[in-house]
Design a protein around this ligand. Structure first.
Ligand code: MLT
Length: 406
């Protein structure tokens, strides 16, 4: 008899964003006239920019001709994309990342989950709380999280680091030894960022303790303030202790197209093993590379025209974030994030629970958000709103919320 992975039985309910989709669909079915405005999952709404679309069309034409046809590509990604990444995302910011330290994939979410393959089952995991649920759920599936404790809404073997307004969204170094540390800046869900000194403290901790930092920089392109690192590798010492995840999803509208990449420095060694070599082995065995068409599209993001067009789209979302922050503050809410991020982290009024306030916004305003409690125990009492929607709909959502609070 085949036995199943019992760790799946321990997972509470469904994946957060599936649960929100389910509740939203149920509400829409019961209220067919409701004009719902979706500010829940961070899914983009602006189309791919023309330079990307043209590159994808040309790539399809390549596949249509025997002379330019591409079959299996390199598992690590095509050099035309890896070279553009090394040049524009790193060298342009003074960071030396070699092409063979970059692994192109179908997105940061897969890589954040798959990276666990190269780590021992007994590693102690530390996550910020609130946290992007993928880090926690994938470790729980692998058996690294212990058991789910309903009473504290958390896993017994995961070290939760409160990352809240009380500590200015900068988690304290752990009081017990931890092996793998997930950091995300700009942060999902709080929309806040870590500065150089804060990241340096983590890099020093990881190097001293032999830990590895999983640095999720999926929202890096939203950073507008000076002095905020865009990559963990801008921090001295990070190459011996960190892996970084990047995504074209929020940068260039690839949530549907799917493309991201992971940087595993060659200097990163644990138990005498090169993690770069291990990740390469893992990818070569389990992954056949992101599609040629999509990688051509991603490379167009780095052309002069593509970069300018992408920046216009980012500005559109940045303006939405500003509208949300301003609208919520005018309605009397305390909000965080929004400045270097597409996420706005909003305190619920009068200590109302996250899910209760989610329901209230859904029913009274027909606005879909994400309940903070879904991101971990310290997210209770907050909801997250995203700036990835239509500009007019975003304004309308703020008007509705303003009326509800008046
Ligand atoms: C989010 O809403 O947190 C993200 O869209 C989820 C993701 O990127 O997988």
């Amino acid at each position: 008899m085949a036995n199943v992975n019992e760790n799946y039985q321990k997972l509470p309910g469904s994946y957060l964003f599936s649960e929100i989709a389910r509740r939203t669909a149920a509400y829409a079915e019961a209220h067919p006239d409701a004009q719902l405005i979706k500010m829940g999952i961070g899914d983009v709404t602006r189309p791919l920019v023309p330079a990307v679309v043209a590159a994808m069309h040309a790539a399809v034409d390549d596949l249509a001709r025997a002379e330019t046809f591409h079959g299996y590509g390199p598992e690590q990604g095509y050099d035309f994309l890896r070279e553009a990444i090394a040049k524009h995302d790193f060298a342009a910011r003074g960071v030396d990342i070699a092409v063979d330290e970059i692994f192109v994939s179908d997105g940061a979410k897969s890589d954040c989950g798959n990276i666990g393959d190269i780590f021992d089952i007994n590693n102690k995991i530390a996550v910020c709380d609130p946290v992007y649920p993928v880090y926690v759920d994938t470790n729980a599936m692998a058996g690294r999280a212990g058991d789910y404790d309903e009473a504290v809404q958390g896993w017994t073997n995961i070290y939760y680091m409160p990352t809240t307004a009380e500590n200015s969204f900068s988690p304290a170094l752990p009081e017990v030894p931890v092996d793998i540390i997930y950091l995300c800046s700009p942060n999902n869900p709080t929309g806040t960022v870590l500065n150089y000194e804060q990241l340096k403290a983590w890099v020093d901790y990881a190097n001293e303790n032999g830990s590895v930092i999983m640095f999720d920089a999926a929202y890096e392109r939203f950073i507008v303030e000076e002095g905020v690192p865009h990559s963990i590798f801008e921090v001295e010492g990070a190459k011996t202790c960190a892996i970084e995840f990047r995504s074209f999803s929020k940068t260039a509208g690839f949530t549907g197209a799917r493309c991201g990449y992971t940087v595993v420095p060659k200097q990163l060694v644990r138990n005498g093993q090169s993690l770069n070599a291990m990740w390469n082995r893992r990818q070569c065995t389990k992954f056949n590379g992101a599609s040629y068409v999509i990688q051509r599209g991603a490379a167009a993001v780095y052309t002069e025209e593509g970069a300018r067009q992408v920046e216009e789209t980012l500005d559109y979302y940045r303006e939405n974030a500003r509208v949300i922050k301003q609208g919520l503050e005018a309605a009397g809410f305390t909000v965080f994030g929004a400045v270097n991020s597409p996420y706005v982290w909003c305190k619920t009024p009068d200590g109302v629970g996250s899910w209760e306030f989610f329901d209230r916004l859904l029913v009274d305003c027909n606005v879909v958000t994400t309940p903070g409690a879904g991101f971990g125990p310290s997210g209770e009492g907050y909801v997250r709103l995203t700036a990835f929607g239509d500009a007019e709909a975003t304004k309308e959502a703020m008007a509705r919320i303003g009326r509800m609070m008046a």
